[in-house]
Design a binder for this molecule. Structure first.
Ligand code: ADP
Length: 291
């Protein structure tokens, strides 16, 4: 079992000729809502990867935005453990994308900000706990430490990036970051190799966009080249990577093999529009890996 504990949002997206300036109103088009949030995206990716059961701890408001968020998780096969928050709205993101590809995004954490250390369920049967940083940092620290004590493998996707306290890093087994996040977490040591070496976590993985990923593992540095695809939308590529990686680690695959699957799945996610809708099924990943 993989337990994902983290954020879930309903995203409101609209296209416009240009992103409105302060005080300006523009006529948009193509309005749509879709489920998002790094935690929920990663849970969907983990469930679609197969091989491990996926549970998710999330917080939702008592409003109309909660139902589509929950439905998308359940449809992917995620078992939801929901904290219902009376006096906060379900998390939202308001996204405006201009026709020339600029964007402006406002995220309101809402119920996600109410997740507390005590909300972590019993960890019986849980192999891996997958965390991100869209929930309050003290909560993330407490969950990681509880899982570490229970012998559960802790995977942290340090996004959005911030400097991390040592008490969190010492409770993490696998850290996943993109290039910018790596520099922030490591304290800008001047290059990927130096940053990787500076972080006190057993295994550190940095995703490198189309170039794939690089990892500092037990046996030294490991490079997994990216898969060549026609990328149309990289939304949720990193989330697909993390969810797929957690599923692979939970079913006991060696990390190098897990990285290959994660790179393949996230490359496929780039070939489709959307967040959770772009996550590929396990057989599509198998087909890409088989070449
Ligand atoms: P994030 O989206 O979190 O910034 P990256 O851009 O590093 O993270 O992308 C995460 C993963 O998605 C990469 O490790 C890679 O496997 C895959 N990926 C991203 N962009 C592409 C691309 N253009 N072609 C193929 N794979 C990609």
């Amino acid at each position: 079992v993989v337990l994902v504990a983290g954020s879930a949002n309903l995203d409101f997206a609209v296209r416009a000729p240009h992103v409105p300036a302060a005080g300006e109103t523009v006529l948009g088009h193509g309005f749509a809502t879709f489920p998002g949030g790094k935690g929920a995206n990663q849970a969907v990716a983990c469930a679609r990867a197969g091989g491990a059961r996926t549970r998710m701890l999330l917080a939702l408001g008592e409003d109309a935005f909660a139902a589509p968020v929950e439905a998308s998780l359940r449809e992917a096969g995620v078992t939801c453990e929901i904290v219902r928050v009376r006096d906060a709205a379900t998390g939202t993101a308001f996204v405006c994308v201009s026709d020339d590809g600029e964007n402006a995004i406002t995220v309101t954490p809402g119920a996600n900000a109410r997740l507390h250390p005590a909300h972590l369920p019993a960890l019986d049967g849980v192999r891996c706990l997958l965390l991100q940083l869209e929930t309050p940092l003290p909560t993330v620290v407490a969950w990681a430490r509880a899982a570490r004590v229970a012998g559960v493998t802790v995977i942290l996707n340090a996004a959005p990036a911030q400097a991390l306290p040592a008490e969190l890093l010492t409770a993490v087994d696998v850290l996943v970051v993109n290039e910018g996040e790596l520099a922030t977490v490591a304290g800008h040591r001047g290059g990927i190799a130096a940053d990787l070496a500076a972080i006190d976590v057993a295994e550190v993985i940095v995703t490198l966009g189309a170039r794939g990923c690089c990892a500092r593992l037990d046996g030294g540095l490991h490079v997994q080249p990216g898969f060549r695809v026609d990328a149309v939308d990289t939304t949720a590529a990193g989330d697909t990577f993390c969810g797929t990686l957690a599923a692979a680690i939970a079913r006991g695959l060696p990390v190098a093999e897990a990285l290959r699957r994660a790179c393949a799945a996230s490359a496929l996610a780039c070939t489709r529009h959307g967040a959770q809708a772009s996550v590929p099924a396990a057989d599509e990943v198998d087909a890409l890996l088989a070449g």
